[in-house]
Design a protein around this ligand. Structure first.
Ligand code: TRP
Length: 332
């Protein structure tokens, strides 16, 4: 059977090393394993929901594209496209809206959380909610079903959305006859939480991130800010600390073993930070160069995305042809 693995990436601004090790790297490895059956897309119209700034909308889209390309996304291996370049998705979005029970949307976690928060603050339940946010799970379903996806690798927070997609696919099949594969989520293996500068999970909302492709000086500055304890340079140190975790992300096995011995013997935090900067910088250097190259050549990014859009539209057109037939639309 022809299995398709599909995942969407929301353009949300510059990515950090937590995004890289937690999402980008494992997704690219999966795509390599499953040569030829993978589709990655930039969910730019999903971002319209929270992004109303024209320049940022453009900038964030190019940023994700440049980041993924720099990290080794190989478009010979997979189809890489931009959601808004595939009109079939939005046609399917409307068709699916007409079989989706409103109650299913009421139960979506993201919407429910806003309602609960509004109520606890004494506001009207739907305060600040637009229809894009409310219908978000239907558009995501259209993304998934338009490519007849079998598997959808997502983080834990998106699991319910894929369950909703499966439910909508089931309702469609029951209403109009077998049309869609029922998609399944693949929850990414827990790579362990990547600690931020303050030791909490690295996250934009904690303002403790290291931007993946910041320049060398910034990288050095950020690494110097990672919290450590107050042990003296010659005191033995436990490797159960944030800086060691970050060092290990970038270092190879031999380097990690050597660093472990240094920790046992005693090493100054200043030295640990210096070595962490060195491994991180040599890991990121080439990718950073590529990233900067793509960012300053948006026309090259466009070439990649246009090529992907052609392939994605080929696939979506086939699916939509079947959908139109099954709902009884006359095709001339
Ligand atoms: N909602 C996803 C997120 O916030 C992004 C996304 C949009 C997606 N459409 C998708 C993921 C389809 C997987 C499949 O991360």
């Amino acid at each position: 059977m022809n299995e398709t693995i599909l995942t969407g990436i929301k353009p949300t601004g510059k990515l950090h090393i937590g995004n890289y090790f937690g999402a980008i790297k494992p997704a690219l490895e999966l795509a390599k394993e499953r040569q030829g059956s993978t589709m990655f897309f930039i969910a730019d119209y999903h971002a319209l929901n929270f992004l109303k700034d024209r320049e940022k909308f453009k900038e964030y889209t190019y940023d994700v594209a440049a980041t993924w390309l720099a990290c080794g996304l190989d478009d010979e291996n997979l189809v890489f496209y931009r959601q808004s370049d595939v009109p079939e998705i939005f046609e399917l979005n409307w068709i699916l809206s007409n079989i989706t029970p409103k109650g299913l949307m009421n139960r979506a976690h993201a919407y429910k959380a806003i309602v609960e928060n509004n109520l606890s603050e004494g506001k009207e339940s739907d305060d600040g909610v637009n229809m894009g946010l409310y219908n978000y799970p239907i558009l995501m379903t259209a993304d998934i079903l338009a490519m007849n996806s079998t598997y959808v690798p997502v983080g834990d927070d998106q699991k319910q959305h894929v369950e909703i997609a499966r439910e909508i696919a089931r309702i469609f099949n029951n209403t109009y006859g077998e049309t869609f594969i029922l998609p399944k989520e693949i929850i990414s293996k827990n790579v362990g939480t990547i600690p931020g500068l303050d030791g909490r999970k690295m996250s934009k909302s904690y303002n403790n991130t290291i931007t993946l492709f910041c320049d060398e000086q910034e990288l050095k500055k950020k690494i110097n800010r990672i919290v450590t304890d107050s042990s003296l340079p010659d005191e033995p140190k436990s490797t159960d600390c944030y800086i060691f975790k970050i060092y290990s992300l970038f270092a190879n096995k031999t380097q990690i073993e050597e660093m472990t011995r240094k920790f046992e013997r005693g090493i100054s935090w200043g030295e640990v930070k210096k070595e962490t900067f060195e491994v991180a910088n040599s890991y990121l250097k080439d990718m950073r160069e590529k990233y900067n190259y793509y960012i300053s050549h948006p026309e090259i990014i466009e070439t990649f995305l246009k090529k992907g859009a052609v392939l994605a539209r080929e696939k979506a057109s086939e699916v939509l042809k079947k959908v139109r037939e099954n709902i009884g639309k006359v095709n001339f």
